[in-house]
Design a protein around this ligand. Structure first.
Ligand code: NAP
Length: 245
């Protein structure tokens, strides 16, 4: 009997939102392959816990991406879903920003997505089906000082999502984005306490979101429940961007 398990790739699955996404897919019975960069121990323990497969593979290393995809395709015949989640921040005022800090954020958050999509495009286009979900950020929608590099990468990711949806939609591949606001992960843990407090005040629900609350929307967009949703962005921010404050 043919397996009904979907083959899912999640980038940056070792921590935070990506970790919650991996768990959500695994709980649904999917076959999950995920990447990590620095946190090997966390990645290996998650892989064991969920019966998933972890690959050390940087977004910034095109060779590693090709090798990782080849290893996955040795085991899986198709790639049903790609979740582009891996991302970094390197916040600082533009005047003080060395080119390297600009480049590393853009290279990880947008060039890395290009590399992964290009790599999976062949198996997905051959199968004429699949779903891609890009994890962007409200920084790509509203101006946040100190984040010009991050904002540029996430704004680009949203534009990329729409253009890719136009290319891939007619081939049966749905491309969408999830746009998180402030979510409780290591990424926001480094924010100064007062900045966190001020931001919570501006959020309609008066709290940061959980990784699981983002993961549920990501897995929805990747599922057949969203079979007619294409080229869209779903904001998951507790109402932060819904009002002027
Ligand atoms: P996080 O807790 O810092 O985790 C980031 C994940 O990305 C880790 O698994 C990390 O792997 C991986 N990663 C980083 N650089 C990588 C690279 N070069 N190659 C491969 N993997 C890499 O961040 P998070 O909060 O979960 O963020 C996940 C996504 O959500 C990001 O795209 C972020 O921009 C977006 N987002 C987050 C928030 C928020 O408030 N937290 C808000 C909006 C959008 P290692 O641990 O192995 O290094």
């Amino acid at each position: 009997m043919e397996s009904t398990k979907r083959n899912i790739i999640v980038t940056g699955g070792s921590r935070g939102i990506g970790r919650a996404i991996v768990k959500e897919f695994c709980a649904a019975g999917d076959r999950v392959y995920f990447t990590f960069n620095n946190h090997e121990e966390e990645a290996r323990s998650l892989a064991k816990e969920c019966d998933a497969t972890a690959f050390k593979c940087s977004q910034r290393d095109p060779k590693a991406i090709d090798t990782t995809l080849s290893a996955i395709l040795n085991e899986a015949n198709t790639i049903d879903v790609l979740i582009n989640n891996a991302g970094i921040t390197a916040d600082m005022f533009l005047m003080l920003m060395p080119f390297e800090e600009w480049d590393k954020v853009l290279d990880t958050n947008i060039n890395g997505v290009f590399r992964w999509v290009r790599a999976v495009s062949r198996p997905m286009l051959t199968a004429q089906k699949g779903a891609i979900v890009n994890v962007a950020s409200i920084a790509g929608l509203i101006g946040v000082g100190g984040q010009t590099n991050y904002a540029a990468s996430k704004g680009a990711l949203l534009a990329f999502t729409r253009a890719l949806a136009a290319e891939f939609g007619p081939k049966g591949i749905r491309v969408n984005a999830v746009v998180p606001g402030f979510i409780d992960t290591d990424m926001t843990a480094v924010m100064p306490r007062q900045v966190k407090r001020d931001n919570k005040e501006r959020i309609l629900l008066k709290r940061f979101g959980t990784p699981e609350e983002v993961a549920k929307v990501v897995t929805f967009l990747a599922s057949d429940q969203a079979s007619y949703v294409v080229g869209q962005e779903i904001i998951v921010d507790g109402g932060l961007t819904a009002t002027v404050s």
